[in-house]
Design a protein around this ligand. Structure first.
Ligand code: SF4
Length: 115
């Protein structure tokens, strides 16, 4: 199997070509080792950092931005979004506060201060 990808690790956006032949994987087009790692992971076990917002209960019309502390498997993104959608917090919230723990192997953390 051969896949053509654009590396999203840095703004250079190298065009990657990933060949998967059984257990053997070969990446070309990358300008650095990070691109090779990205190409392999994207073909074998793609993950994404999920960003969203959570309602702040004790502040009118206020949401706090959140993200997963680590990328989660792509197939779990909608489940993570649904869990986040059902969540609310009380202010104050500080950047880095853990909003939810162990959601598909990672925490959900605040990315904004709400005083
Ligand atoms: S391969 Fe390296 S240089 Fe190219 S986009 Fe990816 S991280 Fe950036």
């Amino acid at each position: 199997m051969k896949r053509e990808l654009t590396c999203i690790i840095c703004p250079r956006g190298c065009s990657l070509s990933v060949n998967i032949d059984g257990a053997k994987t070969c990446v070309s087009g990358n300008s650095c080792p990070n691109g090779e790692k990205y190409g392999i992971e994207e073909c074998i076990h793609p993950t994404r950092t999920v960003t969203s917002i959570v309602r702040v209960e004790n502040r009118e019309n206020t949401m706090v931005s959140v993200k997963t502390a680590r990328p989660v498997p792509k197939e779990n993104i909608f489940d993570v979004m649904e869990i986040i959608r059902k969540t609310s917090v009380k202010a104050p919230v500080k950047i880095g506060d853990i909003i939810l723990t162990n959601i598909y192997g990672t925490d959900i953390i605040a990315t904004k201060d709400i005083v």
